[in-house]
Write a protein that binds this ligand. Structure first.
Ligand SMILES: NC(=O)c1ccc[n+]([C@@H]2O[C@H](COP(=O)([O-])OP(=O)(O)OC[C@H]3O[C@@H](n4cnc5c(N)ncnc54)[C@H](OP(=O)(O)O)[C@@H]3O)[C@@H](O)[C@H]2O)c1
Length: 168
């Protein structure tokens, strides 16, 4: 089963501030929903806090060191490896070909070396941030898909949906 990461990343690498996204980009939220729907989603506890409730239609797997943490409607694990294994088992039972690592910074840093595919929304603007996407060594990745978009919401923004596969 493919391990994919999905993230929206600003020009300067920012992905979050004050446990929120730095921008309002409804098109990207719809894209995130379409790409992740039906698949197990693996996230850090802080990202789950920022969502406030489980993402519907997906098995939500939350990674924490807190052994007493058990919010309703999510599977709790205590390492990335346990999260990936659980997602693999869910995928096998449901005939899925992909699991999604959905952030945030701490979990992306752990997962990048294990990922086979990156769904990156590249936002062509810099933002203040306190959470950052890890540096991607582009020599290890091939762009397999790219869609350029322009959002006329306020403020207007240019962004692209990129799909990168690890070069064999
Ligand atoms: N732009 C995007 O696409 C995107 C996507 C997702 C998130 N974000 C943003 O990213 C930010 C959150 O990122 P973050 O790095 O602060 O937090 P995070 O990665 O979401 O979660 C961090 C938490 O995960 C748990 N954790 C981390 N490493 C662990 C390990 N090795 N073993 C067990 N548990 C572990 C810990 O939980 P405990 O403290 O409970 O032990 C830790 O506090 C927010 O601003 C959010 O909006 C952006």
């Amino acid at each position: 089963m493919r391990i994919a990461m999905i993230a929206a990343v600003a020009e300067n690498g920012a992905i979050g501030i004050n446990n929120k996204l730095p921008w309002y980009l409804p098109g990207d939220l719809r894209y995130f929903k379409a790409v992740t729907m039906g698949k197990p989603v693996i996230m850090g506890r802080k990202t789950f806090d920022s969502l406030r409730k489980p993402l519907p239609g997906r098995t939500n797997i939350v990674i924490t060191r807190d052994l007493n943490y058990q919010p309703e409607g999510v599977k709790v694990v205590h390492s990335l490896e346990d999260g990936l294994e659980l997602a693999q088992n869910i995928g096998l039972i449901n005939g899925l070909d992909e699991m999604m690592v959905i952030g945030g910074e701490q979990i992306y840093r752990l997962a990048l070396e294990k990922a086979d595919r990156l769904y990156l929304t590249k936002v062509y603007q810099s933002f203040d941030g306190d959470a950052w996407f890890p540096e991607v060594d582009l020599s290890q990745w091939s762009e397999v898909q790219r869609e350029d978009h322009f959002s006329e919401d306020e403020p207007p923004m240019q962004f692209s949906y990129l799909v990168l596969d690890r070069t064999p």
